[in-house]
Every structure is written in C-alpha cells, then in structure tokens.
Design a protein around this ligand. Structure first.
Ligand SMILES: CC(=O)SCCNC(=O)CCNC(=O)[C@H](O)C(C)(C)COP(=O)(O)OP(=O)(O)OC[C@H]1O[C@@H](n2cnc3c(N)ncnc32)[C@H](O)[C@@H]1OP(=O)(O)O
Ligand SMILES: CC(=O)C(=O)O
Length: 540
C-alpha cells in the first residue's frame, strides 16, 4: 500500500513541457499520463487549460480517454487577475471547465514580483489568492497553491511570504507548495525555510524545486526531511531551463532511503520501464547516468570494482538494481581485468572462472586490442567471439571463408553516386560471388554479404543494422589515421554491437560486418535463454 498521507505530484505534462525541445501532442500527453498513473503517482498535472489550447483539449479528451486508477488529474493555472471578479475571470473559469478533481494555482509570494510582474499591491495579491482558492473550493475542487519564488521572497520579506501561505490555507488550500522557481537554492537553505514556515504557520507544505544549481532532488529531499508532505517533480527532470526535480529519483529516494512508500514497493520495480516508456513518447532522451534507472546506473567498468562485485554486488552498489527494474552490467575494456571478463561472460550466459587461463587470455587480449584502438564497451558481440576463441582453445571452424571483397564508388556530373560491392566467399565447399548496391560502402557490402549468405543461413535474414559510428583514432593524423567502426544490430530478440579497426575505414567496417554475421551463426552457451539458434537450425 502506498503511503496515503504523502502527495507525490507529477508535473511532466505542464512544467516538463516547458523544456526546450519538448513538444508533446495531446495523444502523447495522454500516453504519458497513463504510464505515470500505472506507476502509482498520486497527482498528475495535465497542463494549463484556458492558456494553452492543446491543454484545454487534453482535459476535454481526458474525461473520456483517461481512466486513471491511482492518480488524480490536476489542472494548473493562475489566480484571478488584479481588479477582476473571480467568477468573471476567463482563466479561472477555464480551470473549472477542465473538470478535474484538483486545481493547482500559481501565486506570487515575492513582494518584488507582485509589484513589478503583476503590477498590483501586496494586499490585492493576497485578495486574489484567497478569493480564487475560496471560489474553487466552493465549486468542489481540492486546491493546491504553488507559492512562486517562495524562497527568494522569504529572504526579501519573510512576513509577506508567510502571509501568502496563511492566506492560501485559510481560504481552503489543502497544501501550499513552496517553489524554488529560479532554482538557485541549496539544500541547507531549503531545509531551514521549510522548517521555519511549518513551525510558524502549521500549514501542510509541499516542494517544487528547479535544478539550476544541480540540487533539485537534494532540495526536494531536504524539504521532505524538514516536514514537507508533497513533492513535485517531472519524469527525467524535464522542465524549464535546467529542469525540475527528477520525480523518478525522488520516488526511489523516498521509498528506498527514507522508507516512505510513496508508491508501493512492487510498483517501484516498474520505475525503469516507466522511464523508457516516457522517453519513447517524448523523444527527449534521458541521461544514461540518471540515478536508479539510467542505463549506466548499475554498470561497472573498473576492474577493481568488478573483482569486488564478483564476490558481493553490494560492495559497489548502493542498492539492488532489480528494486527499480534495472540490472547490473559489466563493461569489458582496457580498464578491466579477469573479474570483468568473468562477470561479462556470466552476463552472456557462460560459466567461467576468473582464475582460469582462458579468462586471463581473454582479459589480456582485450587490453592489447583496446591499445590498438578497439573498444569492446558497446561491442558485446565482438567480445563474445573473442571469448569463445579463448574458451575453445583457438579460432573456431568458420561456416564460411572470405576469399575477397571489393567496393567501387563511381559518379558522373549530374548523376547519383553509385556504390557497388562484390564479395567472394566459400560457403559449405562452394564458391559464392554476390554483388550489392547501396548508398555507401557499408550499405553495399552489407547487401552483398546478405545476398551471398542468407540462402544458406536463413537466421541472417533477421539481422538488422541499426547504427553505424566511425571515429578517427588520435595518434596519427589526417586521412592516414586509423578508424574505429562500431556497428549496432538487432535481430528481433536481442541488440548487440561489433567493432572493427583498420587504417582503412571500409576495411574496419568490413571487420565489424563480418563479426556480426559470425556472431549470429555462433551457437550460444548452453542454457542461455536468449541464445542464437543452434547451428543446425541456423544453417537450415
Ligand atoms: C513559474 C511557472 O512556470 S508558472 C507557469 C508558466 N507557464 C506559462 O506561462 C505557460 C502558459 N502561458 C501562457 O499561455 C501565457 O503567458 C498567458 C496566457 C498565461 C498570458 O498571456 P498574455 O496575456 O498574452 O501575456 P504574457 O504572456 O505576456 O504575460 C503577461 C501577463 O501575465 C501576467 N502575469 C505574469 N506573471 C503572472 C503570474 N505568476 N500569475 C498571474 N499572472 C501573471 C502579467 O501581469 C500580465 O498580465 P496583464 O497583461 O494583465 O498585465
Ligand atoms: C510553479 C512553478 O512552476 C514554479 O514556481 O517554478
């Protein structure tokens, strides 16, 4: 059961969309709301109806298309304008028309902002807050008040900031949310202001922190430690300027570090999947190094870390990745040793021991090859081929051999550039020659390889090249420098990468292409759940 008294509040669909580059359709917003609801978030702020036409439409469609199981939908908006009757203010009417059970009002708590941005008196601002809250509560809404620029306002004129909190609460606001709108606060400041405000007003408080000092999550935790029972944030910390507090991190911190079940423990396991689902919709990538749910959050590269992790994962991890739906991963590189190879091999489904000669040889080869420019971090498939060679005591018999390959690029004034590749292979005792065309050498070689091999090895048809990266390696200069090519693939069930290095970019690409083919044709380790089809099946 989630902790009922704590209000976990998501503002991805409002403040999150204030991030540069974030443009969501109504359909996108509905999809994100569904995912956050499934995670168990208590409140989902959908946008500002009446101000943003798309948000008005979102709330209209939400009535029939959002069947929220856990969350309450929230409409966000401002208090009435100065000198206007609340009932006649079109923005306030739009908040009611949104038909949500909860409304959050942004209100000024900084005297300078009241005077210069709203261009009204301090007394009228208090009347605007109290009047708007009372009006909405009377209309049956639960009301939260976001006290904008609260911390800066508190330092400038503490009495007025406190008056705003009291006025909102006395008018019926359930929670007054103290906002670090400019994101300039540090945790000690947030802790003391929240504690003092609580002591001086007794009002139920929340926190809305921006990340301009990189402290949004720390500030949110400090506020909760000081007594706030409502935390606002956004998926992946999306938001205006440097973003908001990352609600995924805040949620995991509260549950795992503070024992506050703001979402039930079993739903916390959906955290990483929820993060991925949200980025699928927003197309705004999350940081790999994001706490708890980032792809690198439990990924280990240093050999000494791996040597301890072999014995006990807790030695280099602050929590258990599975609790948040993540997994531990090991990277093999020149910074690893035998333990890294053992852990990576285990991840790939092999049972090997760091003390074995084969593992020691594989670790040495990785170091040597990385020194020559290879990189195995994102080339699991090339590493697995290398590992298999060491485990099998030498190169495996190949299902095909390369006799030769060539690529030609030709062009003429006014015509499209033409790239043609020819490969000559020995497959099952026969010589096979195939030609492929493409928009460049890699594409043409890939096409030629498939033309030659797919009829004999149907499993290769599933192979899909998804990314190609080339990096000129330093140490040499200009067009004579060596190139490292990394290619990413998927085959419907798995994703993997291969690597090639050569002074010639096309030759480096050819190595990486060949590794991918050999990898698909490799019989996986016994018992591996996701292994490639056994050789007999692969050869059809
Ligand atoms: C801290 C936050 O992030 S709060 C959320 C901010 N989000 C947004 O601003 C997104 C939606 N905003 C909008 O669509 C528009 O800005 C609107 C509809 C709110 C206002 O649009 P416009 O009336 O064209 O004016 P503009 O954008 O220039 O804003 C100036 C007006 O807002 C008023 N205003 C400024 N800050 C606030 C505030 N915090 N609360 C209420 N009104 C405010 C100003 O007094 C001015 O009103 P006036 O014209 O009556 O003098
Ligand atoms: C309300 C809000 O978004 C802020 O003060 O930052």
């Amino acid at each position: 059961m989630a902790e009922e008294s704590f209000q976990l509040y998501d503002t991805t669909l409002r403040d999150g969309t204030q991030q540069e580059g974030m443009v969501l359709t109504v359909e996108d917003k509905l999809a994100v709301a569904r995912r956050l609801d499934a995670l168990g978030v208590g409140f989902i702020e959908g946008g500002w109806p009446g101000a943003v036409p798309k948000d008005t439409e979102f709330f209209r469609r939400a009535r029939t298309e959002l069947d929220l199981r856990n969350a309450r939908l929230v409409a966000f908006g401002a208090t009435r304008r100065p000198g206007v009757r609340t009932a006649l203010d079109p923005q306030v009417r739009a908040l009611l028309e949104a038909g949500t059970p909860v409304v959050t009002l942004v209100a000024k708590s900084h005297t300078g902002h009241v005077r210069s941005a709203l261009r009204t008196t301090l007394a009228e601002n208090l009347a605007m807050i109290a009047g708007t809250v009372r009006y909405l509560v009377h209309a049956g809404r639960r009301v939260f008040v976001d006290a904008e620029h609260y911390f800066d306002g508190y330092h400038l004129n503490r009495e007025y900031a406190l008056e705003v909190v009291r006025a909102a609460a006395e008018a019926g606001a359930e929670t007054v949310v103290l906002c670090d709108t400019n994101g300039g606060c540090l945790p000690d400041e947030v802790r003391s202001v929240v504690a003092e405000t609580l002591a001086l007003t007794g009002v139920q408080l929340g926190i809305h922190a921006h990340n301009d000092t990189g402290c949004a999550v720390a500030n949110t935790m400090a506020a909760v430690d000081a007594g706030a029972v409502h935390a606002q944030g956004t998926a992946h910390g999306y938001g205006e300027r440097c973003g908001n507090a990352d609600l995924f991190t805040v949620t995991a911190n509260l549950v795992l570090k503070r024992g506050r079940e703001v979402v039930p423990l079993e739903r916390l396991r959906d955290l990483a999947a929820t993060g991925r689902a949200v980025t699928e919709v927003t197309q705004v990538p999350a940081r790999a190094a994001a706490p708890y749910i980032g792809g690198s959050a439990f990924t280990h590269k240093a050999g000494l870390h791996a040597s301890a992790l072999r014995i006990d994962p807790d030695l280099y991890q602050h929590t258990t990745p599975e609790l948040v739906g993540n997994t531990m991963r090991t990277l093999v590189s020149d910074m690893g040793g035998r333990s890294s190879v053992e852990l990576k091999a285990r991840e790939l489904g092999y049972t090997v021991e760091a003390g074995s000669d084969a593992v020691a040889r594989a670790a040495t080869r990785v170091k040597e090859l990385e020194n020559r420019g290879y990189s195995f971090e994102s080339a699991d498939a090339s590493f697995e081929l290398l590992l298999r060679e060491e485990l099998d005591g030498g190169p495996r018999p190949r299902l095909f051999e390369v006799e030769s390959w060539s690529v030609g690029v030709s062009g003429a004034q006014g015509t499209q550039v033409r790239t043609e590749a020819t490969v000559r292979l020995t497959v099952q005792g026969r010589t096979v020659t195939a030609t492929g065309h493409g928009n460049g050498p890699v594409n043409a070689l890939d096409t030629a390889l498939h033309t030659a091999l797919d009829p004999c090895f149907p499993s290769l048809a599933r192979l899909e090249l998804t990314d190609y990266r080339v990096r000129v390696l330093s140490g040499e200069t200009g067009s004579g420098a060596a190139a490292r090519v990394l290619i990413s693939y998927r085959d419907g069930r798995r994703r993997w990468g291969t690597v090639g290095v050569d002074g010639n970019t096309t030759a480096a690409s050819w190595q990486a292409l060949l590794d991918a083919v050999h990898y698909v044709l490799l019989d996986g380790p016994p018992g591996r759940a996701d292994d490639a089809p056994p050789l007999a099946a692969a050869t059809g």
